[in-house]
Design a protein around this ligand. Sequence first.
Ligand SMILES: NC(=O)C1=CN([C@@H]2O[C@H](COP(=O)(O)OP(=O)(O)OC[C@H]3O[C@@H](n4cnc5c(N)ncnc54)[C@H](O)[C@@H]3O)[C@@H](O)[C@H]2O)C=CC1
Ligand SMILES: O=C(O)[C@H]1O[C@H](OP(=O)(O)OP(=O)(O)OC[C@H]2O[C@@H](n3ccc(=O)[nH]c3=O)[C@H](O)[C@@H]2O)[C@H](O)[C@@H](O)[C@@H]1O
Length: 440
Amino acid sequence: MRVSVIGCGHLGIPHAAAMAELGHEVVGVDVDQAKVDRLNAGECPIFEVGLPELLAQHTASGRLRFTTDIREAADFADVHFIGVGTPIDADGRSYDTAQIFGAIRQLAPHLKQACTIVGKSTVTVGTTKQVTALAQRLSPAGESVEVVWNPEFLREGHAVEDTLRPDRLIAGVTTAEGEKAIRAVYAKITEAGVPIFVTDPQTAELAKGAANTFLGLKISYINAVADMCEAAGGDVSQIVDILGIDPRIGSGGMRPGIGYGGGCLPKDVRAFTASARQLGAEFAAALLHAAEEINENRTTVALGLITRALDARPIKGTRITVWGAAFKPGTNDVRESPALALCQALQQAGAVVTVHDPQAVSTAMVRNPELDYNVDLAASLDGAELVVLATEWPEYQQADAYSLADRPANPLLVDCRTTLDPEPWRSAGWTIHQLGRPGK
Ligand SMILES: NC(=O)C1=CN([C@@H]2O[C@H](COP(=O)(O)OP(=O)(O)OC[C@H]3O[C@@H](n4cnc5c(N)ncnc54)[C@H](O)[C@@H]3O)[C@@H](O)[C@H]2O)C=CC1
Ligand SMILES: O=C(O)[C@H]1O[C@H](OP(=O)(O)OP(=O)(O)OC[C@H]2O[C@@H](n3ccc(=O)[nH]c3=O)[C@H](O)[C@@H]2O)[C@H](O)[C@@H](O)[C@@H]1O
């Protein structure tokens, strides 16, 4: 099939490459000319395992190309995926849908024949209906333009794998033609055994918000338990193992830490909470709001742990090295990164902060140019009085505690992600404090 992917960001690039991998002919569209040029040259503008290889393979074969010309995509494809951004609005609670409706306004007037628009972006319930009305009004093909909502569940850092082998697909449709088109485009994936849930559009829209909000709730819940462990002297890691073995709970997505960040969970929890309130589900809104409050308090919790580790020495003037800038390991994305929020808070408290990250230093420098960075793991420790692990990259778990112990004058480490095995670090002479775990 011939497909277009409109919006080539963290979702759109892996999606376009995956569609080519499935055998479709693909044109990716973005308004950013520099990004389009890099993509056409086979370069990958985001750090994502397996993606550079897939892009290089399919741009070279001619099955995948990128353009800024939406008209070219309109003429070329029968299925148009919409993967543009839906950031949170200025009110801090609803989605800014300007990119969605902007893309539809640019695309629809050029749609002269029957085709299907497939929304992948995360939206508020009711958006598909508005998109359908606008697309059909602006297109010369009128009601033969179908709109299907097909929310995406990929995780950054696993984008290729999650797109080609998702847990499930979901398609919110209103007509048999829309269902037929979405089943055809994903046939190779469903033939491999992946279930597809065909629903009405509002169920699809709500399912996506409900999924991300549940993930946020689960993280906030275990973070609340970590705080109780801190106060009572319990071990949250053991609690995760004990709870997680129960299949009704499961250990996935239950790592304690400094909160959920990124371009999705924070905004999606906010927007779903606002929807609950607007729809009159007040108790649901209160429950979800509590998860947000727990999340927003994580920097304060981390500062408390750091203060205790410093044992009465003030944060002000202390040289602190923070390991991690990305919002999670496996990506160079720093949108709403809890690690950078902590760096900022430490700097505001008067600490002299140096940041290390294996992949995200250049993106972090753009977002937080006021911080100092070091790309060398060992050298980042020189002169540090305290090391704070903020993003649980494998590089830190695999670091050699013995050779690193010589770099700071007094090896002191605060593990805000409770991710290190503390024994080798203690044997190597480090004093280590871990969130939600009693010290020894
Ligand atoms: N990042 C992720 O892992 C996932 C994101 N989502 C959702 O997917 C959507 C996109 O998210 P990201 O890819 O992270 O955003 P992003 O900001 O990385 O990418 C959006 C892209 O759309 C482009 N764009 C904006 N207006 C355009 C237009 N009129 N025509 C063509 N291109 C245009 C922008 O230049 C940008 O490259 C959001 O709704 C998000 O919630 C859903 C699942 C996973
Ligand atoms: O809609 C989206 O965009 C995507 O949002 C999340 O994916 P992602 O943003 O890539 O990140 P997650 O892996 O869910 O992590 C989000 C945040 O929660 C934190 N987290 C995650 C898991 C955990 O156990 N503990 C924890 O603190 C991470 O460090 C990170 O800051 C969802 O997991 C995807 O299913 C969804 O498609």
